[in-house]
Structures are given as C-alpha cells and as structure tokens.
Design a protein around this ligand. Structure first.
Ligand code: PLP
Length: 455
C-alpha cells in the first residue's frame, strides 16, 4: 500500500480538484483526507478515522455506504458485459429494466427516460430537447429558460447558466443570454420582516409574471426548479408556492422542468419531490439517488406531451442528433436496478420520513433559540441551520465571516461531516436514508457543541 505522504505529494502535484481553493490546497491549508472505506452512514480514512457522514457524500449515497448487493450487481455486470452502447435501439437487460423501474415510480404522465451520466448533462439534455421540441412545433422564438436565483442545476455551459449562484458564474462569462433568473423562493432571506409566507409567495409570483411580461411569453420555453432549493441553502418553498407558480406557467404555455437530482428517489420522504408538492412536470431530472452514487448515471424523464412530438418529429427530421457514449452504461444501469430494489426492500423512504422529521425536530429543539441561529429548516432527510449576526433584526453574516465553514470544521473535529453550503452562513445536512435515531441524536448533539465553540 502506498504511504500517506507519497499519496499527498502525488495529489498536490497532479490532481485538479473541483470546487477547491487551489492555492490553499497547494499550501497545505485544507484538510487533506484520503477516504478508504464506508459502511452505512460512516466513512473511514486511511488513518482509521471514522466519520459519520451527515451529507451522504454530496447528498447522493442515499442507501448508505458498503452495500454489497449493489457492489455484486456491478461486478456481475462488468464480468458479463462491461459496455455496449444504447444508440439506434440497443440496450441491455439492466438498462431496459431500469427504465421500467423508473417509469413505474415516476409521477403520472411521464413517458420515457433518456439516460446520461451526471445531473449536469441530464439538464443539458433537457434544454436541448426543449429547444428541439419548440423547433419541431415551429415556435422558433420560444427558447428562453427561466431559472431561480439560488437554484443549482449543474456546472456545464447551459446548466452553469441555469444555476443561480454567483460563484458558478464568476469569471466564466455566464449566464448565457437565453437564461433569465427570477426571485428565489427563500422566505427567510428574501421576505420583508412584516411579510407572511403567503404574501411572499404572491411576491414571487408577481416577479415571475413581470419577467414573462418583460421578455414576452412567446420567447420563453421553460421554467426549471428544484422542489426544495438544495445547494442554494436547503430551502423548502414558502406556503402555496408551487401551485401558484404552476398556474402562471400553464397560462403562458411554459414547460416545467423539475430538477429532482437531489429530491428524486426518496429524499423528501416521497418517491419524488413532485409527489410531495403536486408538481406536474414536463421533464424530470434524476441523478444522484438513482444509483446512490455507486456508479455515475443520470436521466431525463420525458413527459407524454413532449414525447409524442419528439417521436413524431423523427419521421420528418430523422434521428435526434444527441447522445453520449455512456448513455445507459450497463454498469450504471446494474447499479441503478440494485439500488432501487434495496430502497424498497429496506423500506428506506419510510425510515427517511421518520428519522428525517426527528432530525429536524431535535435540531430545532437544540439550536432554534440560539441567538446566532436565524432558522433551522428542512424537509424529509434534508436539514439546514442558517446563522445570523442578530436574529431580531435579521442581520446577516458576510460570506467572508465563513461561519458555516468554521462550524463544519469544528463539527468535523467531533467526527461528523456536514456541508458548509457555498453561501458561507448555512450548515447543511443530508444524511443517508439509513440514519438511525441514535445517529440523528449524535449529529444534533455534536452540531450544538460545534456551534457553541464558534459562536
Ligand atoms: N441539479 C441539482 C439539483 C443538483 O443538486 C446537482 C448537483 O448537486 C446537479 C443538478 C448537477 O449534478 P452533477 O453534479 O451530477 O452534474
């Protein structure tokens, strides 16, 4: 086995890490941890340090680490057939089975699944399909996509543009001009002190209406949103938000893309976030929870209305010129089948409802009254603690205060991993679905201790 110092040197000299302060990394100022193994909610590094991962990697290892059933399915698939493509009607037993399992679980009116590798490429596929669809219909001007500030939809050119976070635009010449942003449904941060949630929802709707009016409905193709804002701060929508937004979209014939990369396959305690909020999507983006990250695989679930037009369009236009070498990769598909089976067999979504609400309640009990905690919020197995300078006047910390990273580091020293969200003042939790109540207690107790160390 390689020595740790050898690995550290190779890492520093060769590895370009994503989302990393490169200069700090080069100076050795970042925690350098080489992860070796994992079981259920815990991971272990090469030095034998065990950590409770309360963020499931990047909210993706939903069924937990070390699942031998999934590993065995991957190994069996690799031995039998590691790869064949899915172009011109080819498939494998795993990819065909998985497409059926996904559609069996998807909301009504969903028709087909197009496979990709990551959430980002699935959203790129969505935008291309939307443009293609409107071109077939002769609506060649109807192309703009509305996204929300604080939304996260990936890191590609279009998807980085859809993402409504400054960090992902800065110095990249994004967003592209066909993407327009509207108000973030972020009651705690955006509402006036006097506004009720319902009034704030009305404000979000009015902002959307005004944007559509300004741009012209005949130039707007689609609206994309996560059921619960994820990377933007783990923010459930204000009361009545989704029904009111959907009404506006229907009125203006604007397609709805529901980005379920985080919420798909159970994170909110229902199979999809669309089920939770009664969303009627035209396209649903899936990734992370599809395989619990045992292999990279994503998908765009295409609704009946779009599918019919796309299918009929091929008679006139020929095959749709969009495809990835690794679409429906057999190993990813085998992982997906085994993962979805495990989700059912272990009844993990039911555990999510139980332990997720317990985690949110105990976190609120422990920290809700802290003078520097503005809000504890969550839904299902998602929870966030937002820190403020002063709760009564809602004075916020600057990102430069790095309160979130400081608390996350203090918490890490107690053996629990949470995510300092990119805004700097929010600590996020998205544990694997197999979290036990005892582990939830540990997360809460240690978080409270870490908060007291910093604030
Ligand atoms: N959409 C959402 C809601 C996400 O949270 C993410 C990633 O966190 C993505 C899309 C992009 O997925 P990927 O990182 O797999 O490209």
């Amino acid at each position: 086995m390689l020595r740790n110092d050898q690995l550290a040197e190779w890492d520093r000299d060769n590895f370009f890490h994503p989302s990393t302060h490169l200069a700090q990394f080069a100076r050795g100022e970042l925690t350098h941890r080489v992860i070796k193994t994992g079981t259920n909610c815990h991971i272990e590094d090469r030095d034998g340090n065990k950590m409770l991962d309360a963020f499931a990697g990047l909210y993706c290892v939903n069924v937990g680490y070390g699942r031998q059933d999934i590993a065995a399915a991957i190994a069996a698939q690799a031995k039998e057939l590691a790869y064949y493509h899915s172009y011109v009607g080819h498939g494998t037993e795993a990819s065909i089975t998985l497409s059926k399992m996904i559609l069996d679980r998807a909301p009504a009116n969903m028709s087909k699944v197009y496979f990709g590798q990551s959430g980002s490429d699935a959203n790129e596929t969505n935008v291309k399909l939307i443009w293609y669809y409107n071109n077939i219909l002769g609506r060649t001007e109807k192309k703009k996509i509305i996204s929300r500030w604080r939304g996260y939809h990936g890191s590609g050119l279009v998807t980085g543009s859809l993402t409504g976070l400054e960090l992902f635009h800065k110095k990249f010449d994004l967003p592209l001009s066909q993407v327009v942003h509207t108000e973030a449904p972020y009651y705690f941060r955006r509402a006036d002190l006097e506004q009720t949630e319902e009034q704030f929802t009305a404000h979000c709707v009015a902002e959307l209406e005004a944007l559509i009016e300004r741009e012209g409905a005949d130039t707007i193709a689609a609206f994309i949103g996560e059921p619960v804002l994820g990377t933007g701060g783990i923010v459930p929508p204000p009361a009545g938000y989704w029904p009111a937004i959907q009404k506006v979209l229907k009125k203006h014939d604007i397609l709805l893309v529901v980005d379920e990369v985080v919420t798909g396959f159970g994170r909110l305690g229902t199979m999809f976030g669309s089920d939770h909020y009664g969303l009627e999507a035209d396209l649903i983006t899936i990734a992370k929870g599809l395989t619990s990250a045992y292999a990279p695989l994503s998908g765009s679930i295409v609704g009946e209305k779009m599918w019919k037009v796309l299918e009929q369009g091929t008679d006139e236009n020929g095959p749709i010129g969009h495809g990835w070498t690794y679409s429906a990769h057999p190993i990813g598909a085998a992982a997906g089948v085994a993962n979805l089976k495990l989700l059912d067999e272990l009844d993990l979504i039911a555990n999510n409802r139980d332990v997720g609400s317990y985690l949110n309640k105990t976190m609120t009990d422990a920290l809700g009254d802290h003078p520097n905690v503005g809000e504890v919020r969550g839904e299902g197995m998602l929870c966030a603690v937002e820190f403020v300078k002063d709760r009564d006047s809602r004075t916020f910390f600057d990102a430069a205060d790095k309160i979130g990273p400081q608390v996350a580091t203090a918490l890490g020293a107690h053996g629990v991993i949470a995510r300092a969200m990119p805004q700097g003042d929010i600590l996020g939790f998205a544990p694997p679905f197999c979290l036990t109540r005892a582990e939830a207690d540990e997360v809460v107790e240690k978080t409270a201790k870490a908060v007291r160390t910093v604030l």
